[in-house]
Structures are given as structure tokens and as C-alpha cells.
Design a protein around this ligand. Structure first.
Ligand code: SAM
Length: 500
């Protein structure tokens, strides 16, 4: 009879609906050892994380096992056949019932021990391991925005329909009215002090349908007329997005204000590159639901040591065969064709229907596997621009215990390369789903999830605040109180005023 081990199990959710609990996971793992399917040392070397994935479409199988390396593995694919210990085992209890725990854990354990010809669990990798921000999954995300009208026509469903409540929080009339009133108040104050510039720049990044910009401009024109201030004609409105299709589709929403608007192809990761001539000149910058859609990556701090989570996108062999049969792609050419489609879009295929089928089915089947590697052992820095190990460790110095968290690399880069555009009295407003405290990563799943053809990730607001405050900006958050149950909040950033 096997002596009981005290397992390292962490509960990362508070979902009442979950039927699988820590004791059942422990029981299942002990039984697997007794049955000879799991080595006994695994009971001491597995860190078990119990999650509840609220995104029905996501990149994870119900049980994911990620080896932890203190030095990078000799095999660059890290694709050994045996269970490598120590390892992290993440279990999504939304998709597991008590009777299936053992079976799912076993699936997670065995998937690589099968050969390509015998197992549908075998995985066709789409890339080498790398920080998630560099994954091909982000090329698919960009592809979605490039061709989103084709996606919507194909599915018959607009992207807003996938959002909670079926409408973007960007378009809430009261939120827009309040934003207009705040902006008008700032302009009036500057005007009174004789500091209002003749041209008043306003930038929106990631305009989507242009609906918010249209509503905002209507409301601003009305308020300005009512108060007789004549600020409206002085507005210079810059609508930025990296997708030409999006910019085109936003035109009708702001048509009435056409004389004030400029449409810019702009990468949210580097607004300063496109707009350096407006450094310190933009009075108000706004972005909604864009930061949660920018490249992201994860880190773990175990017992004080920092690890980078490297991911690899793959498609299970069973899906590769199914998609291949529907679109005429043999298994051995699958990876190459996925790369081509990510680059050139669905029209890579001669027939539109074939291209759309391949794109959508590949995206739906795309999964991620992880390996966790000590940062101090890596030759190449895993950090995005604007961050290094020292700064990150400083920001998380007060976070207690082990923690796995997102670094929201794209959001951080974007934020730090947008702030210098702000006029000294201007403000930057980011409306999104933020994690405001690192401890929140232990309380709920924060992504990535799939939203139609795009990716959604909560934004590490605590990190953005930590970095920006060390660079001379004030950052605070307010809850988005306009929709009941909304998880959205609004980040405000302004320059610190010398001497205050
Ligand atoms: C989820 S939509 C949000 C649209 C709108 N703001 C709303 O809330 O309804 C994301 C928008 O950001 C744009 N986007 C995503 N990544 C971008 C990037 N790196 N640079 C510029 N625009 C980007 C997309 O093209 C799309 O218009």
C-alpha cells in the first residue's frame, strides 16, 4: 500500500460550479502511481494548479503538463518522450468531472509517448518553443483583423457579438458622455489659463468600427455648441489602427466629422514611430479593448527564482487529418501551409471556401504547450522592450509566495511608446480588462482565450503602473461602472508634475 504524499496543489479559482477538488486530484494521482502509470517521485515533484477557464474557446487541453528546467534543455524542442520532472500540471476543472480526472491526467501524461501513426493525441508543432509574444498564434490574431470582414461574412457574425452583452463597452453612451465632459473641462481650464494650443489633438488607437469615435465627436460637438466654446473646430482627430480593413470600415461612423479626422495605419506597439512629430502635443489619447489583444507572455517566480514560460503552438494529429481531408492538405505539408496562410491570408488557397475552412478550422484546433525555463540560464533575454529582470523583480518584490503571471509585453511596449506623445496636461485613457494586483493571478484564469479569430488576454495593469510610475507618470484605475457586472476598468495616465 502506497504511503500518502502531501501534494503541492493550488486552487486558482472560486467557482462554485466546479465538481473536481484538490482531494480528488490527489486521489487520482495516487491511484495512477499504484497502477504503475506514474512514477512515485511525481507526487513530490508535480506542482498542481487547479484552474477554471472561463473562455470556452482557448488554447489548452483539460490537463497540461509543463516541464520546469533550471537550465535550457539540450534538445531545443524539449520534446522528450518521458515525463520530465519537476513539472507543473495545470488542470481545467471546467472541463473535467470527478470520473474523468484519471483518464484526462493520463491523456496529459501519455500524449507524447505514442508514435505519430498510432495516436490521435500526437501533436504537430507549428513552431519551436519561444516566449508566447513571438508565437504564430499572434500572426493569426493579426490575420483576423486584416481579413475580419471575410471572417464575419463567412460566419455571419460580427465580432462584437462575441463580447459579454454582445456590445463593446467602448460604445456605452454614458461612458462616452462622461469622457467628453471630462475632456471639455480640461480644455476649459487650459483656455482660462491661456494655455490651450490652437490645434487640439485627440488620438484613438484601435478604432474597430469607429462607433466610439463617431459617438464621442457627436457628443463633443453638442456640448461645445451648448457651452459656446468653439473648441470643436480646433479638434484634430487621429484614428489609428494597423488594419486597413478596420480603418476603411470605420469611415462611415465619423463621416459627419470628416474634416477633422485623419486615418493612420499605426502599430499600437509603437505609436511614437508614426507620430513622433506630435511628441508632447496630444491632449487626449484613448484606447478600448486593444491592450487585451496585444502580444503577451508569462513568467513564473518559484521560490524567489524567475522562470520564463516558453510556449509552442501545435495542432493535434487527429485535427490535422480532419482539416487536411476538408481542405486537401496532407499531414506532411500542414505546418508549411499554416505558415503560408498566416502570412498571406485565406486566399493562399485557390478556392475561397477552402481557404476559409482551413483558416478557421486550424485556428479552432490550435493549442499551446509550455515549458518553464529559469531566466538566469537563458542566453537570449526573454524580456520585451522596456523591461529587464531587475525591474521586474523590483516591481514584484512585495508579492508574496510563488506566482505565475502575464507580462503583457505588447501592452507595456505600447503604453511606454504612447505616453511621450502626451501634452504635459494631457491624459491617456485605456479601457480594458486589467489585473491590478499580482495576487489576482492566483484567483482566476487571465487568458489567453480565443474570441472569434482573435486572442484575448487580461492586461497586467499592476506592471504597467509599476513601470510607468518609475518613468515619471501617474497611473490610476477606476472601475467601469456603466454596465452591471462589467470586469472592465479604466486606466488613467498623466505626467507627474515636477515638485508634486
Ligand atoms: C477588439 S477590437 C476593439 C475595437 C474598438 N476599440 C472597440 O472597443 O470596439 C481591437 C482593435 O485593435 C486593432 N489592433 C489590434 N492590434 C493592433 C496593433 N498592434 N496595432 C494597431 N491596431 C491594433 C484591431 O485591428 C481592432 O480594430
Amino acid at each position: 500500500m502506497l504511503a500518502r504524499h502531501l501534494l503541492d496543489i493550488r486552487l486558482n479559482h472560486a467557482q462554485q460550479k466546479a465538481t473536481v477538488h484538490a482531494e480528488q486530484v490527489s486521489e487520482a494521482l495516487h491511484e495512477l502511481v499504484e497502477e504503475g502509470r506514474l512514477p512515485e517521485e511525481a507526487l513530490d515533484q508535480l506542482r498542481v494548479e487547479i484552474d477554471w477557464l472561463q473562455y470556452k474557446q482557448n488554447f489548452r487541453e483539460p490537463v497540461v503538463i509543463s516541464p520546469i528546467y533550471d537550465a535550457p534543455p539540450a534538445d531545443s524542442n524539449g520534446n522528450g518522450l518521458r515525463l520530465k520532472l519537476p513539472a507543473e500540471m495545470r488542470i481545467d476543472v471546467r472541463r473535467i468531472e470527478p470520473p474523468t480526472i484519471k483518464q484526462e491526467v493520463q491523456r496529459g501524461l501519455l500524449r507524447k509517448e505514442q508514435s505519430e501513426t498510432t495516436s490521435e493525441n500526437y501533436r504537430i508543432p507549428l513552431e519551436e518553443y519561444r516566449p508566447f509574444r513571438k508565437s504564430i498564434a499572434w500572426d493569426f490574431n493579426a490575420l483576423y483583423w486584416r481579413f475580419f470582414t471575410q471572417w464575419e461574412n463567412w460566419t455571419g457574425k460580427g465580432y462584437e457579438k462575441a463580447l459579454p452583452g454582445g456590445i463593446s463597452d467602448a460604445h456605452h453612451p454614458l461612458a462616452v458622455a462622461d469622457s467628453v465632459a471630462d475632456f471639455w473641462t480640461l480644455l476649459k481650464d487650459l483656455d482660462t489659463r491661456k494655455q490651450l494650443p490652437p490645434e487640439i489633438f485627440f488620438l484613438e488607437i484601435g478604432v474597430g468600427t469607429g462607433t466610439r469615435a463617431g459617438m464621442w465627436l457627436n457628443a463633443f460637438r453638442e456640448l461645445d455648441a451648448k457651452r459656446g466654446t468653439q473648441y470643436y473646430p480646433r479638434l484634430r482627430v487621429l484614428l489609428g489602427d494597423y488594419s486597413l480593413a478596420t480603418l476603411d470600415s470605420s469611415l462611415p461612423a465619423v463621416r459627419e466629422h470628416g474634416a477633422l479626422c485623419s486615418f493612420l495605419v499605426l502599430d499600437a506597439l509603437h505609436p511614437l514611430k508614426t507620430l513622433s512629430f506630435l511628441k508632447e502635443k496630444i491632449m487626449h489619447i484613448h484606447t478600448t479593448n486593444v491592450y487585451d489583444n496585444l502580444p503577451d507572455q508569462e513568467f513564473v517566480r518559484y521560490q524567489g527564482r524567475l522562470y520564463s514560460v516558453e510556449t509552442r503552438a501545435y495542432v493535434p494529429l487527429g485535427d490535422v487529418r480532419r482539416i487536411g481531408a476538408a481542405s486537401g492538405v496532407p499531414v506532411e505539408r500542414f505546418r508549411k501551409i499554416v505558415e503560408q496562410v498566416a502570412d498571406s491570408g485565406p486566399d493562399y488557397f485557390a478556392g475561397h471556401a477552402r481557404g476559409m475552412t482551413f483558416w478557421q478550422q486550424t485556428w479552432n484546433a490550435m493549442m499551446l504547450e509550455d515549458r518553464i525555463v529559469a531566466v538566469d540560464s537563458l542566453k537570449e533575454s526573454p524580456f520585451p522592450d522596456g523591461l529587464d529582470e531587475k525591474l521586474l523583480l523590483d516591481i514584484i518584490a512585495n508579492v508574496k509566495g510563488d506566482v505565475r503571471f502575464h507580462v503583457s509585453s505588447g501592452a507595456l511596449e505600447s503604453f511606454m511608446k504612447t505616453l511621450p506623445l502626451l501634452h504635459p496636461r494631457g491624459y491617456f485613457q485605456v479601457q480594458d480588462i486589467f489585473v491590478r494586483d499580482f495576487g489576482d493571478y492566483r484567483r482566476a484564469f487571465r487568458g489567453p482565450g480565443k474570441m472569434d479569430g482573435s486572442i484575448v488576454n487580461w492586461v497586467n495593469g499592476a506592471l504597467l503602473k509599476g513601470v510607468a510610475e518609475r518613468s515619471g507618470y501617474n497611473v490610476h484605475f477606476t472601475p467601469f461602472h456603466y454596465r452591471k457586472g462589467a470586469t472592465t476598468s479604466v486606466l488613467y495616465a498623466t505626467r507627474k508634475i515636477e515638485g508634486k
